[in-house]
Design a protein around this ligand. Structure first.
Ligand code: APR
Length: 257
């Protein structure tokens, strides 16, 4: 990825009033959280999503599924937001200070955008940091869940499950509406670290493309959407995003003020 493309994207972002940032597992890869479809190392290369991440599997074997999600949480628990998360949060602060905005729409359930300082994050697939009682619908933070037995249960005796969207489940209506508003109102659309193969989430990339707004993909590898992008920045987001902000002169602004 040469600086010319980076500079072109930096000026796009600098001049934009509203930006929609759509992220997938790749934005958390540099925080040590494995992605899903990386050959050999991806989660789905080692586990069968239909056996562990499907609503029917939860109904059939709640012990195994809740135990697996508790294990997945243990992989996120020590993860820290990386430079890519921080850059997205910084961009959001910068745009808000100038009367604009950055809407962060994520497929990730790890909470790292929020930990990195981003606000009003739209979690299309929910969050592993929240667990929900299947009997009452009551929500609690994962720290309040007793994992001495699986499946964990609430005081009401209901099974507690992560507040995430399993395969075979509908995405939360409020998140879908917020994501659509974000994509329909943006001047520039960034897709970062997603293989763009899971719907309806990947449909937001198509929505942005069909609107004809400038679109940018940040990913070390090509995806099915790469050829439709205005710009593709082939590199890890933890490297590319801070460099984008540098090219926007964000660092200088901080020094000048
Ligand atoms: N920076 C940016 N992108 C990266 C990095 C990185 N450091 N490392 C890997 N990637 C890219 C990969 O090249 C790939 O395109 O991140 C993408 C990860 O793709 P997936 O593993 O398919 O993850 P994602 O697109 O988020 O999956 C979508 O599928 O399994 C479901 O619910 C799950 O939310 C998930 C959804």
């Amino acid at each position: 990825m040469d600086d010319t493309e980076l500079r072109a994207v930096a000026s796009l972002i600098r001049d934009a009033n509203r930006i929609a940032v759509f992220t997938g597992a790749g934005v958390s890869a540099e925080s040590g959280i494995e992605t899903f479809r990386q050959p050999q190392t991806g989660l789905w290369a080692r586990y069968d999503p239909m056996e562990l991440a499907h609503v029917d599997a939860l109904a059939r074997d709640p012990e195994t599924v809740t135990r697996w999600y508790h294990w997945r949480f243990s992989k996120c628990a020590d993860a820290k937001p990386n430079a890519g998360h921080h850059a997205i949060a910084e961009l959001q602060r910068l745009k808000r200070a100038r009367g604009g905005g950055v809407d962060v729409v994520t497929q990730n359930i790890d909470g790292l955008h929020q930990a990195g300082g981003a606000e009003d994050v739209i979690e299309l697939h929910g969050s592993i940091l929240r667990w929900r009682c299947q009997k009452t619908g009551s929500m609690r933070a994962i720290e309040e869940v007793d994992f001495s037995a699986f499946p964990p249960r609430s005081e009401a005796g209901g099974i507690l499950r992560p507040d995430i969207v399993l395969f075979g489940e509908m995405l939360p209506e409020a998140a879908l509406e917020a994501a659509e508003r974000a994509v329909l109102s943006c001047d520039v659309f960034l897709t970062i670290g997603t293989s763009a193969v899971v719907y309806p989430a990947a449909g937001y990339i198509e929505m942005a493309i069909s609107r004809g707004v400038p679109s940018v993909e940040v990913d070390p590898d090509a995806t099915p959407m790469s050829t439709h992008m205005t710009h593709t920045l082939a590199g890890p987001s933890g490297d590319v995003l801070p460099r984008l902000l540098e090219h926007m002169g964000v660092g200088d602004d901080t020094e000048r003020s």
